[in-house]
Design a protein around this ligand. Structure first.
Ligand code: 9D3
Length: 256
């Protein structure tokens, strides 16, 4: 999968992408990352990439021409004309796992990271195919968003995660939150590990994990359960979780 990032902060994107799963995927040649700075495509002596907004108001707007030429260079260098140009923007469609999974199967991505108040609208209209957002909060520019897109898509590419990780992923990309994890030592400042995890009873462990996963989803992300049918077993596990949760809420842990 090829990613081209258009950014005024190339070192930021390059540095972050070299770590961990994305870094390994680049080393292995599964991911190709090229980064383009609009400043390198300016035509004036000062390298001007931004200007004041027509109509007045605060802040600056990124100029059309340097952005346009940076995207053209990315496409010519290998991203190709079939690449999808995506502007990371607060006005975009909120990112979801399914949107990213679809992108992982598709065309190369040219990711445009904005700074200042945003980009000249004519660049968005003429050059960008889509706009994607991280969600309803404000960050200072598109670089972190581009890195999130690259990270999330890279994890889905064949050969990037080990077999164990991808299998695990399957059981949790189904819209239910993960279960709690514990490792040694058995007691940390008086806190123990749930008995069942030490029992060696694999069926009981799977049942406990499924219950915790459902319970957490019900508590923290009820929206994920709203439009979905639970199996009879899942409903039973969730009812058990709710009962146990009530007892905890009364400070009666010692009774069960
Ligand atoms: C004065 C109006 N500005 C603040 C609300 C608008 C504004 C412009 C540029 C707000 C943020 C940004 C920079 N943000 C991004 O580039 C960005 C972003 C985001 O802020 N939230 C969610 N997803 C994304 S993707 C890119």
């Amino acid at each position: 999968m090829r990613f081209d990032v258009i950014t005024l902060f190339p070192e930021m994107v390059d540095a972050a992408a070299r770590f961990g799963v994305t870094g390994k995927a680049i080393e292995k040649g599964i991911v190709h990352l090229s980064i383009w700075n609009p400043r390198d495509f300016t035509l004036d002596r000062h390298g001007t990439v931004d200007d004041r907004p027509y109509g007045g108001g605060p802040g600056m707007v990124m100029k059309y021409q340097p952005l346009c030429d940076a995207v053209a260079a990315a496409k010519q260098s290998g991203a190709s004309d079939r690449a999808k140009v995506v502007y990371l923007s607060p006005q975009g469609r909120p990112l979801t796992q399914s949107l990213l999974a679809e992108a992982a199967l598709g065309a190369p991505l040219v990711l445009v990271a904005g700074r200042y108040e945003g980009l000249d609208q004519r660049f968005i209209d003429k050059v960008c195919d889509e706009q994607w957002s991280l969600g309803d909060y404000v960050i200072s520019g598109g670089e972190l968003a581009a890195l999130i897109v690259i990270d999330a898509i890279t994890r889905l590419l064949p050969g990037v995660l080990g077999d164990e990780d991808s299998a695990k992923q399957d059981s949790h990309s189904d819209g239910i939150l993960d279960y709690p994890h514990f490792t040694r030592p058995e007691i940390v400042e008086g806190s123990t590990v749930p008995e069942v995890l030490l029992s060696g009873d694999h069926a009981a462990i799977a049942r406990w994990r499924a219950k915790q996963a459902l319970g957490r989803t019900w508590k923290n992300r009820p929206d994920l359960l709203e439009n979905r049918q639970l199996s009879a077993q899942q409903r039973r596990l969730l009812e058990e979780f709710k009962l146990e949760d009530d007892v905890k809420g009364c400070g009666n842990e010692q009774y069960y």
